[in-house]
Design a protein around this ligand. Structure first.
Ligand SMILES: [Zn+2]
Length: 77
């Protein structure tokens, strides 16, 4: 089980202190995605824009590679 805060998932560029936890990276990313999709404030704007804009497969891959790195660095707990 790993825990990430909204801020961590947004790489410190906004976000809040809400915590998402799960065993699978995709599970945590999905929980955060649902949370971000339900916001309409400036704190979450950069991630919301990233999620709603059109993206190439390459851009999506880059984001998941970044998050995978953060995921791997994080201790279980
Ligand atoms: Zn948040």
């Amino acid at each position: 089980m790993k825990k990430f805060t909204c801020k961590e998932i947004m790489n410190g560029e906004g976000g809040c202190d809400m915590v998402f936890e799960g065993v699978e990276l995709m599970d945590v990313a999905g929980q955060c995605g649902n949370h971000i999709a339900g916001t309409n404030d400036d704190l979450h704007k950069s991630m919301r824009d990233m999620m709603t804009a059109e993206h190439t497969e390459e851009e999506k891959k880059e984001w998941f590679e970044w998050f995978q790195g953060e995921w791997d660095k994080k201790d279980e707990g």
